[in-house]
Design a protein around this ligand. Structure first.
Ligand code: HEC
Length: 148
């Protein structure tokens, strides 16, 4: 009969080693999973400028739009349902009937000729202003959609 006897000191050394090892592993995983850093505050500040120049005249200062004419961006179910569609609409415009927050709209919006950086900034602004919590957009994502 063999008795496996691990002295107390040894046990805690093993335990400590395991804790340290899993710590290193978790740290490694989290830094691996991290997306490319985006400074949301700075992007939104630039995005506000773009918004004022290219969007505010129709979608209004607080993204409230004009009922039945220009759809809202503030808490807009349509916008928040599909970020990529919104990027395409900013790039290429949009027309045809759409329902936003239960109201119908049927006019035309023309696309704007701005850089990938400006599109991502204005998207970050509208997705995170007016009470929206809609996530972030990088210039790389815009570039991918532009190519399609
Ligand atoms: C000349 C007025 C006008 C301007 C300027 C304008 N839009 Fe629009 N926008 C519209 C109209 C009208 C629609 C709805 C089109 C339809 O009925 O098919 C729309 C739709 C949208 C939608 C989808 C509907 C929604 O509310 O979620 C988004 C997103 C959007 N616009 C974002 C922008 C952004 C961002 C800018 C600035 C880069 C901008 N628009 C500039 C008039 C405008």
């Amino acid at each position: 009969m063999t008795i496996t006897y691990i002295p107390f000191g040894m046990k805690s050394t093993i335990a400590l080693t395991l804790v340290v090892a899993s710590g290193i592993l978790m740290f490694g995983l989290s830094s691996f999973q991290k997306k490319p850093a985006i400074d949301l505050k700075a992007s939104m500040a630039r995005g506000r400028e773009t918004y004022v120049t290219y969007c505010l005249s129709c979608h209004m200062d607080q993204g409230e739009g004009i009922e039945g004419v220009y759809p809202p961006l503030a808490k807009a179910d349509y916008l928040l349902a599909d970020k990529n569609r919104a990027i395409r609409q900013v790039l290429y415009g949009t027309s045809g009937e759409m329902t936003v927050n239960g109201k119908k709209y049927n006019l035309e919006m023309t696309g704007v000729d701005i850089t990938d950086q400006e599109v991502s900034d204005v998207m970050n602004y509208i997705l995170n202003s007016f009470g929206n919590k809609g996530g972030t957009v990088t210039p790389e994502q815009v570039a991918t959609i532009r190519k399609k």
